[in-house]
Design a protein around this ligand. Structure first.
Ligand SMILES: [Zn+2]
Length: 138
């Protein structure tokens, strides 16, 4: 059996990724080329999708929101110190701590849920990819 790209001779079909392309040549191929060679086989194309710009934006968005949450908690701390220094009523100080801390924590959690969602999506895609890959090899 001869590979149509490198022209090398192989003893059996197990050295071949597709009908007439060997494993080495298949790996070297660019995504667009592999789509042309085999319409059903888009493994390389799927791998590239995990690096799409939208994906990075969502990850950054999650980090930004949790950062914002920590900033709210930080500001609450400063506010409480100012209130204590200016000898405000205890009820105001306590309500500042509660509202600031709860809001801050909620925002942090929200940001982390977004980040978590992104990694779940990434894992699902990877699992799908591996399963698809295995299916095609059998
Ligand atoms: Zn080859």
């Amino acid at each position: 059996m001869r590979c149509k790209i490198c022209g090398e001779d192989f003893p059996s079909k197990y050295y071949f990724k597709t009908g007439d392309i060997c494993n080495d040549c298949y790996k070297k191929q660019l995504p667009t080329e592999s789509k042309e060679t085999n319409g059903k086989n888009n493994i390389i194309g799927i791998k590239n999708n995990t690096e799409t710009p939208e994906f990075k934006t969502l990850t950054g968005y999650g980090k930004f929101i949790s950062g914002l949450g920590w900033f709210i908690i930080f500001l609450t701390g400063i506010l409480v110190i100012i209130e204590l220094v200016s000898e405000m009523e205890v009820i105001f100080v306590v309500s500042s701590i509660f509202s600031g801390a709860i809001l801050g924590i909620l925002v942090v959690v929200f940001g982390q849920i977004i980040s978590c969602f992104v990694s779940i999506e990434k894992n699902t895609r990877m699992t799908y990819e591996l399963l698809k890959n295995k299916e095609q090899q059998e």
